[in-house]
Ligand binder design. Sequence first.
Ligand SMILES: [Zn+2]
Length: 428
Amino acid sequence: MLLKGFLVAFALVGLVQAASLSQDERIRYDNFSVFKVRYETQEQRSRLRSLVEEQNNFKHWGAIKDELHLMVSPGVLSQFKTELQRANLSAEVMISNVQELIDSEKEADSRASADESFGWKKYSTLAEIYAWLDGILAAYPTVTEEFIVGQSYEGRTIRGIKISYKSGNPGVLIESNIHANEWIASATATWLINEFLTSDDVLVRQMVETHDWYIVPVLNVDGFVYSHEKDRMWRKTRQPSADSSCIGVDPNRNFDVRWMESDGASSNPCDWNYGGPHALSEPEVQAMTDLVISLKDKINVMLAFHSYSQVLLSPYGHSSVEFPPNYDDLMAVAKAYADAVAKLPYDTVFQYGSVGGLLYPATGATIDLTYQEGIEITYTVEFRDTGHYGFILPPAHIIPNSEEALAGIMALLEKTEELGYMKSKKKL
Ligand SMILES: [Zn+2]
């Protein structure tokens, strides 16, 4: 009852306060705040979700178990607080002013740009990443090779790099930045590419040289460029909708696997989790699907890099009670990753579970496609943090986060091998 009152009150507010534009036409988030809202029942959760669906003033940022993170525009802040109290939902401020975080990230990026080299002290743009990739391909011609995933809606090339020291290795596919605003994903993917080619650590060398790596540093290229140039919080693709003025689709809800089933995506074109007008409506998602199908016989492990929450999520996305046949193995491998990260001196704790079991239904994701195509060890890896900075993770975290990814992946591959998943698939 209390919740009902809470929703009605919001519906009556009816105030749409859009984020404002700055002089250079970047979208600003002055005094937008992010709240952690704890809920106890799935009903409360779905009511919070419908609040997001109904009003542009609320954006769903992220979630960890029993907790939703909502960005609230300043015009509805006082009503939000009042109604939370009335509904007996507990919430705490996670970020008081989103724009301040964006500004400090930008300052750190421009300070780091002053020394000109491609480093991991700042978040790089797509142009910088591609120029750096050209340099890597030129510098390591015998062990690297470019592959083209496809073209984006706006006509950009989605590029990938294969790293292979000998033929016949088991394969690892890494997809990164399918969600545009999760900049730590491509920062970590590029750091790993560099480490794989330059590290002189014996164990790293052994891991790198006994696997074939297929890495796509930025899949959602249009959204990524838009997130750098116009809207730091942009998540989706950039294809306009035929039914709405809202642009873009959540590409990680657009794969043709149980698309839109089980409340696993939104049918509202304005929602961050919009599943699209039909499965595979986004050219980037079609291109990634084609890549997975063309490589599936060579790939034993697939990882999709995301932020934030510090979790490893296995299939399935559609159900909280149905699990893949090798779920116990998936959890043993995820535990190896989490344990390896825990051994580093950063006090970073990773949880693990299936998408549907640990979080909530999310369908049409890459990992459900890769699993369906026979890649049995596959995860969404949600990097730092658990909700202090969320998507706007300061660049000082790039290297520690990347070190955690390296240690985690080394342990994950070792456990995968131990459980017998690294055999050549063609011989099976
Ligand atoms: Zn994501």
